[in-house]
Design a protein around this ligand. Sequence first.
Ligand code: CMX
Length: 439
Amino acid sequence: MGYVKDNFKAKADQLSQEIKSLIAEHGNMVLDKVTVAQAYQGMRGIPGLITETSLLDANEGIRFRGYSIPQLRDLLPKAPGGSEPLPEGLFYLMLVGDIPTTEDVEHISSTWARRSHVPNHVFAAIEALPVNTHPMTQFCAAIMALQTESKFAKAYQEGISKKEHWSFVYEDAMTLIARLPRVAAYIYRRKYKNGDHIQPDGMLDWGANFAHMLGFEDKGFWALMRLYLTIHADHEGGNVSAHATHLVGSALSDPYLSFAAGMLGLAGPLHGLANQEVIRWIEELQEKLGTQEPTKEQIADYIKTTLSEGKVVPGYGHAVLRKTDPRFTAQMEFAKTHCPEDPTVKTVWNIYEVAPSILESTGKIKNPWPNVDAHSGALLKHYGLVEEDFYTVLFGVSRALGVLASLCWDRALGFPIERPKSMTTEWVKNFVAENTKMA
Ligand code: CMX
């Protein structure tokens, strides 16, 4: 067993004992009440999931194992001469719970580089799809094709003890993460660069190698990729991609199947696809007005038109957050250093100045502030990654880090199959009638 796996197992054994005592001593304690509105409206705020890797505060934003994004930009190891954290370090933190050393991060980098070989049938599966297929569809199909490699599925068929599940899930998670950049880059080069593929460079870190395989050698873009892959990795357990991965994994579907489920959810426009929608929405505005830098008044009119057409303003709002997403702020800070004069970046900043008050004035949008997707496209576009259909694949590669680290925890802690109670409206009406009578 590698030492990262040993460290994880030691932490998991300890937490497993603590959870057993918690349930034995306080298992009947009520965490919260569930209202009729919550049952109908997307289960907002119901505390019914355990996710160890990160925790979201409505006002403060995400914390990974207690660390905010600004703290992580400071504390996590960086590539030599690099300015942004290496996503390998965030993965170690989410998995083991401790800030990694440079050696830990190098260990993970080299493990992923060693495991990154993608079998030919995966490329053949991608090639079987028309080239104009949406990149997220190609990505999900490729993950399914990778599933033939699952050590967990094989071991389960051979009959392993429940106590060993975590070990095979860990191995699958590491191999899958190692292979995703190659698969994603293949899809990108196939669709947009005439199939002119670029071989991996095993000497580079995970993020820089991904950028290299996409065809970008600019060190500014490598820094952006490391930041991007770090900040998109996890957002506690209730978001669609994390929850879908966890839910499907709870049926002991292997990590490939579970992660594919998460990615199918990430492909929705209210979730990960919003990053594509944002840049399309901005480009439509720029084209309509014939200028790269519309004025704040023009932006305000455009937002009002979008709302009046019954559409959402992409990149704004959140089911949990009630302030500007710190992932937006991190990207804004990056842009201030690297590309403050870029017209699309400036437009993103102008939207930020006018959108919140307009969204707030509708009286129904609970969070008028920008989320992570409001900024990411402008940065990618600045460096020449202009094919917005591909943006959600980048999000997906990053999201693998959080949801697969969580899946390791789910199996190490022996969480059971997930099966919440559902009701019919008739049941709710009867319940309301009974309780109104009693009151
Ligand atoms: N533009 C227009 N209307 C919006 C809105 C926005 N950005 N955000 C919320 N609303 C609307 C909702 O559609 C809802 O309208 P109805 O009552 O008519 O159905 C109302 O405001 C209340 O919604 P809410 O409670 O504030 O928001 P939800 O928790 O239901 O939804 C989210 C959250 C993110 C889906 C929503 O804000 C949205 O659609 N935003 C735009 C898409 C987006 O940026 N998604 C990315 C989120 C981050 C991510 O997962 O990557």
